[in-house]
Design a protein around this ligand. Structure first.
Ligand code: C2E
Ligand code: MG
Ligand code: MG
Length: 584
């Protein structure tokens, strides 16, 4: 008999659904058959009852998306079953989780005669065996229903003991939500709580649905816990996955987290960062495991958002170094070790210095003058950037007043100050500082706040509300590193900005064909929105001339001057002013 094609076989079944349905309806469990696109081929009566379906069936399994832990879970189900795996999903004990509470959904490939995968067979069973080692309910975290940090540490200890002498240790993960503070700030604490519950549920579902090759049953020794406000720990025990399997597991967890969460009528989008390790010789105690998990999480955070990092020894060394730096940075503000350097910004048409960018420097007690790349990430992670950022603004204002007193005139129109996204998440101190400066009689239109495009777009609503307040105060706004984010147009459409700064990366490619075109496109966008343009990183006359010819109004870069300290800059700008004659 000639073998039928996959679609012919599918048609043969679909054209006589009654035959299969009568067989299926006798099955004691809810079962349904789907084609490769998750469209219903047939479902039994137990399935219809489980989902509360009437005679008119929905077209696809996607109809039940909300019940089945979201689109990510369905994408995952589809992808993995069509690749030949059997997967299962189950809910946790969260009473708000309607469908998957106390139920397990299993899906496996539906094979045709010649072993092609024609579609997917799914069943739903009314049971939810607990994860192995679920502790007693009293010790569970009230919000998420997960075990807490202590329980997780005990579990690490047990896993270390169990894997002693084994070829492979256990895999451990720490998952931390990116910018969860922002969620609380923007949507309120209730929505924040809801988000945490939803994430906990998804992580549990992700762990429960994992499949160990050749072992389609639930894995013994899997464990999920809540380690801190927005941090979760996962332990995958016996048998532990390989490093690459652990990484793909982490990626699946991130995909589950990424699905928008609907809370208080808002679609909240989240990402997370993951650090993980597979225990082995370097890990003798739970303290060492936790230390190294956090070192890898920190690395993921600094490369993030949405990043995964496996532990390697260098990370713990870096993390030790960061720890020392953090300690030194905590003192640096009080010890007066921070300084501001100023880099002139010129009008290209007449080469006049109109403004300057304030750039933070740290006079490290032993390493000397240090650039922001070495310490800014630590200031950001530790939130120290909030007080330091306010110091920068006060210091710039003080310096402008000093120049005014020394030279009896304003040597430049304005100074622009970089502001970190953290300062926007927690804008109270920033706005209070500016208000205080205004009350002291300083005109705030002589300050320009630079926020990077990617930071602005990370949390557009919050950014907009802070920018509105800045505008009220009369502060000017520049979008920094324009063109490097993922939404150049979005950034301008949402906010009234005075200035855009074209990133150095574009300036340096100006003389290549596509680089030149990109800059033209960015200039056109800026012009359409009535924003001034500053090109950053101009290093050659050729770049300067091309930019001017194409209508870029302002420039900054080593061609004109490198950043210099306040007194040097004062003398430099004054000389310029005198040579050009007249006011800035
Ligand atoms: P940015 O705001 O894009 O600043 C421009 C950077 O490019 C500065 O680096 C500047 O020294 C450098 N630069 C300027 N012209 C040229 C050039 O012609 N060629 C080259 N190769 N580089 C040039 P810097 O001072 O190391 O600052 C790096 C970043 O650190 C800044 O990028 C800004 O994002 C951040 N930053 C600096 N100060 C502060 C601050 O006070 N607060 C915050 N939150 N961030 C700051
Ligand atoms: Mg800048
Ligand atoms: Mg920049």
């Amino acid at each position: 008999m000639p073998t039928m094609t996959a679609s012919a076989q599918l048609e043969a079944v679909a054209s006589d659904p009654d035959r299969i349905a009568s067989f299926l309806s006798d099955l004691p469990i809810a079962a349904a058959l789907f084609d490769r696109d998750l469209r219903y081929v047939v479902a039994n009566s137990a399935w219809l009852a489980a989902f509360g379906l009437s005679a008119d069936m929905p077209a696809s399994l996607r109809h039940h998306q909300a019940d089945l832990a979201g689109a990510a879970a369905l994408d995952d189900l589809q992808q993995r079953t069509l690749a030949g795996e059997t997967v299962e999903y189950s809910g946790d004990d969260d009473p708000t989780n309607g469908f998957l509470r106390a139920r397990v959904l299993r899906a496996s490939p539906w094979h045709g005669a010649d072993d092609d995968i024609l579609g997917i067979v799914a069943t739903v069973e009314e049971c939810s065996p607990p994860l192995a080692h679920d502790p007693d309910p009293d010790s569970l975290d009230g919000l998420t229903g997960l075990p807490g940090r202590d329980a997780f540490i005990a579990q690490i200890r047990a896993a270390l003991a169990a894997s002693e002498g084994a070829r492979r240790g256990a895999a451990m993960f720490v998952v931390n939500l990116d910018n969860f503070r922002g969620i609380n700030g923007l949507y309120g604490v209730r929505a924040g709580d809801y988000v945490l519950k939803a994430v906990a549920k998804r992580i549990r579902a992700g762990v429960r649905s994992r499949l160990l090759s050749g072992r389609p049953s639930r894995a013994e020794g899997d464990y999920v816990a809540r380690l801190g406000a927005d941090e979760f720990g996962i332990l995958i025990g016996d048998p532990a996955p390989s490093a690459s399997a652990a990484e793909s597991f982490a990626r699946r967890i991130l995909k589950l987290v990424e699905e928008p969460i609907v809370a208080s009528d808002q679609r909240i989008r989240l990402t997370a960062s993951v650090g993980f390790l597979i225990t082995g010789a370097p890990h003798k105690s739970e303290d060492e495991v936790l230390r190294d998990l956090h070192a890898s999480l920190q690395e993921a955070k600094s490369r993030g958002p949405n990043n995964i990092q496996a532990w390697r020894p260098a990370l713990t060394r870096t993390s030790g170094h960061r720890f020392v730096l953090l300690d030194q940075l905590r003192r640096a503000l009080d010890e007066g070790e921070f300084a501001i350097h100023y880099q002139p910004i010129l009008r290209l048409g007449d080469s006049r210095i109109v403004g300057a960018e304030a750039l933070l420097r740290w006079n490290h007690p032993s390493d000397g003058l240090t650039s922001p790349s070495a310490f800014l990430p630590i200031l950001e992670d530790s939130n120290l950037i909030v007080p330091v950022g306010c110091w920068v603004i006060r210091e710039v204002v003080r310096q402008m007043r000093v120049w005014q007193m020394l030279y009896g005139r304003d040597i430049i129109e304005w100074v622009s100050v970089n502001v970190s996204p953290r300062q926007f998440n927690d804008p109270g101190l920033l706005l209070a500082t500016l208000t205080e400066i205004e009350r002291s009689g300083f005109a705030l239109d002589r300050l320009k706040i630079e926020i990077t495009e990617s930071a602005a777009m990370r949390n557009p609503e919050m950014t907009r509300s802070v920018l509105d307040e800045l505008r009220e105060l009369g502060v000017r706004v520049a979008i920094d590193d324009f063109g490097t984010g993922y939404s150049a147009l979005g950034a301008l459409r949402h906010y009234a900005v005075d200035t855009i700064k074209i990133d150095r990366g574009f300036t340096s490619r100006l003389e290549t064909d596509d680089g030149g075109e990109l800059v033209m496109a960015l200039l056109r966008i800026a012009q359409a929105y009535g924003a001034e343009v500053v090109a950053e990183g101009i290093e050659t006359m050729a770049q300067r001339d091309i930019l001017e010819a194409r209508g870029c109004g302002f420039g900054q870069g080593y061609l004109f001057a490198k950043p210099m300290d306040g007194s040097f800059f004062g003398a430099y700008a004054l000389t310029h002013l005198v040579q050009n004659g007249g006011a800035p």
